[in-house]
Design a protein around this ligand. Structure first.
Ligand code: CP
Length: 304
């Protein structure tokens, strides 16, 4: 059975194939008739054990654009609340003849665990602070769209690296494609030994921004913190927030990315988020084409 559990399990050629396939679907979803009949005989379950806006809606839209049958499951309204286990939940759903499962879960490794215990194709839509592979794919795809290619570009990931599945998946994806990767944030929010992944570590935001072509600004994930890793939000913003004055004072015009949701006024101000240097909504738009590509490529291996 084929899965997308993390970027860690992909190679450069896999990413190139996903991007070529996404190019085709991007063209399709800009047509007046946005649907293709490719997955008419496939049923997909979207299982969300954690909140989501972008990932949940764009997976559902991608599946519908491919003409798959779709069922949605939200843990908060389900029998998980009565104590049903993850494997029982998924096996019950699969017994209804479901072919593919998209899952977001708060526990790191939940998708890998599921792939070892159930007979279906699994797509990881974010597992705790571990990986968020489709986010990293849409991020690289958006860099490629804005700057022509990912190879050789200087990309800094700014903020709460420690709790971020977006950071880890982006590091794997960017390195595979030959980008130079830096992480920047407070020392307490940068994992020890992250340099072993071949990334540069910088704690001075101005230096990081002057080095980069692209800055991917992360949200501080207060919901994943057991203790406070930084004195205050105000202090975080003073040292690691990007505002228009800082952006305009840099040596060159850089591209600003954000996976969403944004804490406006914390990691970036509104005049940065809404400026033409930001590609935040392009990232969201590309998410549909990337997810169509991933689902299509996996489904092509399970279809009769
Ligand atoms: N980027 C992202 O994963 O956003 P959601 O949590 O809204 O899906």
């Amino acid at each position: 059975v084929n899965h997308l559990l993390g970027i860690k399990y992909l190679n450069k050629k896999d990413i190139e194939l996903i991007f070529e396939t996404a190019d085709h679907f991007k063209e399709v979803i800009n047509r007046p008739i946005k649907k293709v009949p490719s997955l008419r005989d496939i049923t997909i379950a979207n299982l969300f054990f954690e909140n989501s806006t972008r990932t949940k809606l764009s997976f559902e839209l991608a599946e519908k654009r491919l003409s798959a049958d779709v069922i949605n499951f939200s843990a908060s309204q389900s029998s998980v609340k009565k104590g049903e286990t993850l494997i029982d939940t998924v096996n019950n759903i699969l017994s209804m003849k479901v072919d593919m499962v998209v899952m977001r879960h708060p526990n790191p490794g939940a998708s890998v665990f599921l792939s070892q215990h159930v007979d279906a194709s699994i797509i990881n839509a974010g597992d705790g602070a571990h990986e968020h592979p489709t986010q990293a794919l849409l991020d690289s795809y958006s860099i490629r769209e804005r700057l022509g290619e990912v190879k050789g570009k200087n990309v800094v990931i700014v903020g709460d690296i420690l709790h971020s599945r977006v950071a880890l998946s982006n590091i794997y994806a960017l390195k595979l494609q030959g980008a130079n990767v830096m992480v920047c944030g407070p020392k307490t929010l940068i994992p020890k030994h992250i340099d072993k992944l071949g990334v540069i570590v910088e704690t001075n935001l101005r230096k990081a921004l002057n080095w980069c072509d692209v800055a991917n600004m992360l949200r501080v994930q207060n919901e994943r913190m057991e203790i406070s890793y930084f004195p205050s939000t105000r202090e975080y913003t003073q040292q690691f927030g990007v505002n228009k004055a800082l952006l305009d004072s840099l040596e060159k015009k850089i591209t600003i990315m954000h996976p969403g949701p944004i804490n406006r006024g914390v990691e970036i101000t509104s005049d940065v988020a809404d400026s033409n240097q930001a590609i935040i909504l392009d990232q969201v738009q590309n998410g549909v084409a990337i997810r169509m590509a991933v689902i299509y490529l996996l489904a092509s291996k399970i279809k009769p």
